[in-house]
Design a protein around this ligand. Structure first.
Ligand SMILES: [Zn+2]
Length: 70
């Protein structure tokens, strides 16, 4: 889920909002002053804890298939 950064036009307060793709900021409001529809600054993907953890191969079962198996 992408993380969007918004900045309030009234008080310049910046805050980040997790939104779905394509979702606008119409329903948002500044948490500081309550100004609706803050300006979207940039969009970054949430990189919190996003590390490569997909190489977990469970190689526990040592098989007995080999040469000399008669
Ligand atoms: Zn504000």
């Amino acid at each position: 889920m992408p993380l969007y950064e918004y900045q309030c036009a009234a008080c310049d307060h910046r805050f980040e909002v997790l939104q779905r793709l394509g979702e606008g900021g119409d329903g948002l409001a500044c948490p500081e002053c309550g100004q609706p529809r803050p300006e979207r600054k940039l969009s970054t993907f949430a990189a919190s804890g996003a590390s490569s953890s997909s190489s977990a191969s469970a190689g526990a079962g040592a098989c007995c298939r080999g040469p000399g198996f008669t």
